[in-house]
Design a protein around this ligand. Structure first.
Ligand code: OSB
Ligand code: MG
Length: 369
């Protein structure tokens, strides 16, 4: 496949509710979308890089620059037969994984259209529905925290993850556990703690959490192993897993017992599949993380989540939790059992609404072969 044009755009979408984590608050999402054109077909990808380099070192403007100056020109010179060929085309460029993923995932989508099969099938998915959880941001008050958890449990979500940080942890876990003794409950610190907190964190075993996500430094899995030895609750690794080697090193080292796979964080579907396989080899379950995606990234997360080792509910939830109006149709909905049906039609399985994308586009650029 010779890609003829790559359209890059930045869109800005206000979130229906502010999303607060230990590293900051999102009220609006700035996102890069790429559209590739090839042999009369068009396919889309999304870069999940944030507005600031707070979750990872990439951000919207670095992703834009990397795509414009380095990545898109390489892809436009290449001849690729599938998404699997893209990492090799881009490999001279180090890092910039979220930027790379936007392009690579669009090529996977293109290939699924060309083959007339669903993206899920092309990726090797085996599930016809996926299990959904939610990630709840740090709320303004304890009352609002409890009310939000109650609402999401009532909606049917199978796992509730609570963002936490020092000062917003034990009391919150105790309150929510008390109200819901049996649900799958987890927390995500986004690296808000250090080893000085290790004994206190180890004592969270009393809350019977399904997992504790990335409690320590974003680039560490050495010290996570020391913490994991002290506690029964599995550590789930997010930020620190950049590729299949990290996954293998972390699992050999005992740094965690669960991996959150974010396709942007690992640089695209090829690497996401490889991380999935490494975890499976270790008997370690994975789940699909979220980055407050638009419908494009969300649809692609649904496809990825249909692979067999996605054994725990992901952070892939309904469009309406994020957006007043999503940019795909129909919007992504979750059943009362907390499941999303995996589409079987060719491609991502949800239609792009171009007028809506145009209306929120703040800059765009076309690159040609
Ligand atoms: O750590 O999983 C995270 C959102 C932005 C950055 C990092 C994270 C998150 C989430 C939200 O937890 C998941 C979602 O609902 O998309
Ligand atoms: Mg996380």
């Amino acid at each position: 496949m010779k890609i003829e044009e790559i359209h890059l755009r930045e869109v800005q979408m206000p979130l229906v509710n502010p999303f607060r984590t230990s590293f900051g608050v999102h009220t609006m999402r700035r996102m890069l979308l790429v559209e590739i054109e090839c042999e009369g077909m068009t396919a889309w990808g999304e870069s999940v890089a944030g507005e600031h380099p707070y979750f990872s070192d990439e951000f919207v403007d670095t992703a834009w620059t990397a795509i414009e100056l380095e990545l898109a020109p390489r892809l436009l010179k290449a001849d690729v037969s599938s998404g699997r060929d893209v990492p090799d085309v881009l490999k001279q460029v180090r890092g910039h994984r979220m930027a790379k993923a936007a392009l690579e995932n669009a090529v996977w989508e293109l290939d699924s259209l060309r083959q007339g099969i669903s993206l899920a099938k092309l990726l090797g998915g085996t599930r016809d529905k996926i299990a959904c959880g939610v990630s709840i941001g740090i709320q303004p008050s304890r009352e609002e925290q409890l009310a939000t958890v109650e609402k999401e449990v009532a909606a049917g979500y199978q796992r509730i993850k609570m963002k936490c940080q020092p000062g917003w942890d034990e009391e919150i876990f105790a309150m929510v556990r008390d109200r819901f003794p049996d649900i799958w409950l987890s927390c995500d610190a986004n690296s808000a703690y250090t080893l000085e907190d290790a004994d206190r964190i180890a004592a969270w075993d009393r809350f019977n959490l399904l997992m504790i996500e990335q409690p320590l430094w974003y680039d560490d899995f050495y010290f996570h192993a020391q913490l994991q030895k002290k506690m029964k609750t599995p550590i789930c690794l997010d930020e620190c897993i950049r590729n299949r080697r990290d996954a293998r090193a972390a699992l050999e080292n005992g740094s965690g017992r669960i991996i959150n796979i974010k396709v942007g964080r690992v640089g695209g579907f090829t690497e996401a599949l490889a991380v999935h396989d490494v975890a499976e080899e270790f008997g370690v379950p994975v789940w699909c993380g979220g980055m407050l995606e638009t419908g494009i990234g969300r649809a692609q997360n649904v496809a990825l989540s249909s692979l067999p080792n996605f054994k725990l509910p992901g952070d892939v939830s309904a469009s309406a939790r994020y957006w007043k109006q999503d940019i795909i149709e129909p919007e992504v909905t979750v059943s009362a059992q907390g499941e999303i049906v995996v589409p079987t039609t060719p491609g991502r399985g949800w239609e792009i609404v171009r007028e809506r994308i145009d209306a929120i586009t703040v800059r765009s650029l076309t690159l040609r072969r």
